[in-house]
Design a protein around this ligand. Structure first.
Ligand code: NAP
Length: 260
């Protein structure tokens, strides 16, 4: 299926690895010029080289920096001032007990998972509306629908973003600018493997066993493949996806047990 976005420009935040990387690859495969970001320059350069090699017709721009800082965002916006597509993503906050979290911990989580996407939307949405095309996808978490107790920082910050977007997305669609969120359940990325390693050390069980047990608990009997996530993201960015806005779409293999 041709998504009709060849030649469009996208900013894909936090995209040297994992879900962000998969989104950048899926968009690039559709002929979208991509600006990709991450803090670590080496992995970012590797991903950029892979995308370039697979898609010689597009421009791949890499911007190393922390997207949760004003300087990091300014650098990305300088590299791609008028994106048609914005994929908001950043690392998730650490787990823990809310009794131990300080105001600074909360501010960091809010900066990363609520205020950074809002700042990037603020910087780009009016241009999109003026040009009558824009697709914004926020990568949030299945925890927005089914909170995970030890991930309280993530639950809170992402719920704040979700509430804000619910209002804004109904105002931008008149100009063919949609804003949606993709809510990942367990996807096989470095982050997921990293959390299994931490649990492995804590419980003295091999990480492979922890991962296999967790995968079995999912109705699909497996973790999500990042490629599946990237393709869903690209679909939300399609020329003909202009009637989908303000939606929070779960990609979790059916793990959320609700009817709606
Ligand atoms: P990942 O495999 O660890 O990849 C994270 C990517 O983001 C890396 O490229 C990383 O590169 C970059 N990054 C992290 N913090 C950044 C920052 N401050 N500025 C710029 N780039 C940054 O993680 P993932 O699994 O793809 O997760 C992506 C998001 O989805 C996270 O917010 C996570 O909490 C959420 N999520 C994931 C899952 C899952 O199962 N995978 C489930 C629910 C929610 P650098 O480290 O070099 O910056």
């Amino acid at each position: 299926m041709d998504l009709g976005i060849k030649g469009r420009r996208a900013i894909v935040c936090a995209s040297s690895k994992g879900l962000g990387r998969a989104c950048a690859i899926a968009l690039a495969n559709e002929g979208v010029h991509v600006t990709i970001t991450a803090r670590g320059a080496e992995a970012l350069a590797k991903t950029a080289a892979e995308i370039r090699a697979a898609n010689p017709g597009i421009t791949v721009t890499e911007v190393a920096g922390d997207i949760t800082t004003p300087d990091g965002r300014a650098a990305v916006l300088k590299a791609c001032p008028d994106p048609d597509i914005l994929i908001n993503n950043a690392g998730g906050p650490p787990p823990g007990d809310f009794r131990n979290w300080t105001r600074d911990d909360w501010i960091k989580a809010l900066d990363a998972n609520m205020l950074t996407p809002i700042e990037l939307i603020k910087a780009t949405v009016d241009g999109m509306m003026a040009r009558k095309f824009g697709r914004i996808v926020n990568i949030t978490s299945a925890a927005v629908k089914a909170p995970i107790d030890i991930l309280g920082l993530s639950n809170g910050a992402r719920a704040g973003l979700t509430g804000f977007i619910a209002g804004l997305s109904r105002k931008t669609v008149i100009n063919n600018v949609t804003i949606n969120a993709l809510l990942p359940g367990p996807f096989e990325t470095d982050r997921l493997i990293g959390t299994a390693k931490i649990e492995s050390e804590r419980r003295g069980i091999p990480a492979e066993q922890i991962l296999a047990d967790r995968a079995k608990l999912n109705p699909a009997g497996r973790f999500g493949d990042p490629e599946e996530f990237g393709l869903a993201c690209a679909f939300l960015c399609a020329a003909k996806a202009g009637y989908i806005t303000g939606q929070n779409i779960l990609l979790d293999g059916g793990a959320f047990p609700g009817t709606l």
